[in-house]
Design a protein around this ligand. Structure first.
Ligand code: HAM
Length: 429
């Protein structure tokens, strides 16, 4: 036998039986985002590599190690998007959308990072990315966080908690960075290999180290929040006060620095203790300098992205979501004339009942086979059409989820009879 082709490591299929939970999340998110005034935008999965270099930062893990970059036939360096924000900002600029206007946008789809795959960490994963551009005050920070909290409530998501921090302005972060580098250099011998490497390019990420042997050193390091400029401190305090007023619990984590360079001021993560090491289900923050960095008018921005695989895993743990049946009606045919007429009849039924879902038995089969297929389809009702029924101008209706009640309907009134039978069957389940 010919050898089968293997899937790409870290890239998953989402199977039909898993879709109910994905769709529950996506539908709730879409409804909620629209209720907060966000509009969907779709941008390409591939962008010029330069975009991510400039937006995310040369020294981040994402850009330095994890991008799927290739040179296309035209000799251009392109990259599969590792995250959504850069592409959305590029689109805002390319389409001249800014011009003093504010935008609330969301964008969903697959992202690609060449990370070491493990539970909750994949090479293709999906985000819903939410961006608010042109809003400088702390109110939008709070509203975005409240939006997340409301989504978790709607989904019945438990075991997520909020951590927030402020990174200050680019200027105050530079000052802090110098202090931190000075401190880390003084303790260079205690740094692990990863942190030594980060020390030169991205020293703030040293604070993110998960290595327990680095714990004491990190705990004693200078704290970013103590080096904030006055305006950033005020902004952060206003965010904290408003979260308290809304009754949204949070913890200030002065070590939360995030892995992408475009952040400034407020950053936050929704963390769970139910998924192991990959504990962030949703994260984001302010990126007030990003648009200018990409060549636009200086414009503040803030956003977040949720990782759908992680939300799906969390929701799956808290119990199954009932998958809707694939169809409402399964049409069983018997005899050559009925089989031929079936195609025509089901198209007419689809015209008459556009909101009902029909599956016509295809490829023949005896009654037993056809009823087994009908059962698997999840349909509530079978419509049976044999040559002798056709002769008499009728079809039989058989409810599939209870024993009783086969009936007949003239073909001319079949659509109405199906509608009534489905309503009755739904009322009983
Ligand atoms: P991020 O923290 O890199 O931020 O990713 C956001 C979320 O995507 C994470 O919290 C996590 O749930 C999920 N995620 C990230 N990497 C993986 C992976 N390898 N496998 C599975 N899930 C993953 C951003 O991407 C920013 N663009 C968020 C943002 C939007 N900030 C402002 N606006």
């Amino acid at each position: 036998m010919t050898e089968q082709i293997q899937p790409v490591r870290g890239m998953n299929d989402v199977l039909p039986e898993e879709m109910a939970i994905w769709q529950a999340i996506e539908t709730s998110a879409r409804e909620l985002l629209s209720g907060y005034g966000y509009r969907e935008i779709r941008v390409p999965v591939v962008e010029r590599t330069e975009l991510f270099r400039r937006a995310i930062g040369e020294h981040t893990d994402v850009v330095a190690k994890e991008m799927y970059t290739f040179v296309d036939q035209g000799g251009e360096s392109l990259t599969l998007r590792p995250e959504g924000t850069a592409g959305v900002m590029r689109a805002i600029l390319s389409n001249g959308m800014l011009r003093g206007q504010r935008h609330k946008l969301w964008c969903a789809g697959p992202m690609f990072r060449h990370e070491r795959p493990q539970k909750g960490r994949y090479r293709q994963f999906h985000q819903i990315s939410v961006e608010a551009v042109g809003f400088g005050g702390p109110d939008i920070d709070v509203e975005l966080i409240a939006l997340c909290a409301r989504l978790w409530r709607r989904l019945g998501l438990q075991r997520v908690r909020l951590e927030i921090n402020s990174l200050g302005t680019a200027e105050s972060r530079r000052l802090y960075r110098d202090r931190l580098v000075e401190y880390l250099r003084a303790h260079r011998d205690q740094l692990d290999a990863d942190s030594q490497r980060r020390l030169d390019g991205n020293p703030l990420r040293v604070l993110d180290s998960k290595n327990p042997q680095m714990r004491a050193l990190i705990d004693a390091a200078p704290v970013l929040t103590e080096h904030l400029d006055a305006e950033s401190r005020e902004h952060f305090q206003a965010v904290c006060r408003a979260l308290e007023a809304l009754g949204i619990p949070f913890r200030v984590n002065p070590r939360l620095v995030r892995g992408l360079d475009y952040y400034s001021r407020t950053v936050f993560e929704w963390i769970t203790d139910a998924l192991g090491a990959q504990d962030a289900v949703c994260s984001g923050g302010r990126y007030d300098g990003l648009i200018a960095q990409l060549g636009g008018e200086p414009t503040p921005g803030i956003g977040f992205a949720m990782g759908l695989e992680r939300l799906v895993a969390l929701l799956t743990q808290s119990g199954p979501i009932a998958a809707p049946a694939a169809v409402d009606v399964y049409i069983v045919t018997s005899g050559p004339r009925a089989e031929a007429f079936g195609l025509e009849m089901v198209e007419r039924l689809r015209d008459a009942l556009p909101n009902r879902r029909f599956e016509l038995n295809l490829g023949g089969g005896n009654f037993k086979t056809q009823f087994r297929r009908a059962d698997r389809s999840g349909a509530l009702l079978a419509v049976i059409l044999g040559d002798d029924e056709l002769e008499r101008g009728v079809a039989a209706l058989k409810p599939l989820r209870r024993e009783t009640g086969q009936s007949e309907s003239p073909l001319s009134a079949l659509a109405a009879a199906i509608d009534t039978a489905l309503a009755a069957a739904a009322a009983q389940t």
